[in-house]
Design a protein around this ligand. Structure first.
Ligand SMILES: [Zn+2]
Length: 140
């Protein structure tokens, strides 16, 4: 029973899809996301058993939004609404993620809760109805 409870905490999220192989993360310089902030967001998930990310790469120039097997972090290109901090687009095929792109709006670049939440989406995780959870639809 105890083991069952632990696994239900670790695997309690619903997914759109999952990564088959661990993706790299590319952080575009123009996103203004600070590498240390992003590493803290990755640590948050790793402490909860989500060892999903392979390598973190900083790129001065990001020409492509969509790179297979990669989570790309970039600045908003107009798709983030006024009431949002960020938007994450994911594409999957046969329940396996193909790519994820996180668009961060100006002013939210180093908001740790936003980075954690969007990284959760980039892992394929859906919103939860638990308003105390980082994957609740509203993040402060
Ligand atoms: Zn969300």
């Amino acid at each position: 029973m105890f083991l069952f409870l632990i696994s239900s905490i670790c695997f309690g999220y619903e997914y759109h899809a999952k990564w088959h192989d661990r993706p790299d993360v590319i952080i575009c310089e123009s996103s203004n996301v600070n590498k240390e902030s992003f590493i803290q967001a990755i640590d948050y998930w790793e402490q909860r058993g989500y060892n999903i990310v392979n390598d973190i790469i900083f790129k001065r120039e990001c020409n492509h939004n969509r790179i297979e097997d990669t989570i790309v972090v970039r600045s908003d290109d107009g798709r983030v609404k006024d009431y949002q901090h960020a938007v994450t687009n994911i594409k999957w095929s046969d329940k396996n993620l193909v790519f994820a792109t996180i668009y961060i709006s100006e002013g939210s670049e180093n908001n740790l809760n936003v980075l954690k939440h969007e990284l959760g989406h980039a892992f394929g995780i859906k919103h939860t109805s638990d308003n105390s959870d980082i994957m609740y639809k509203k993040v402060n």
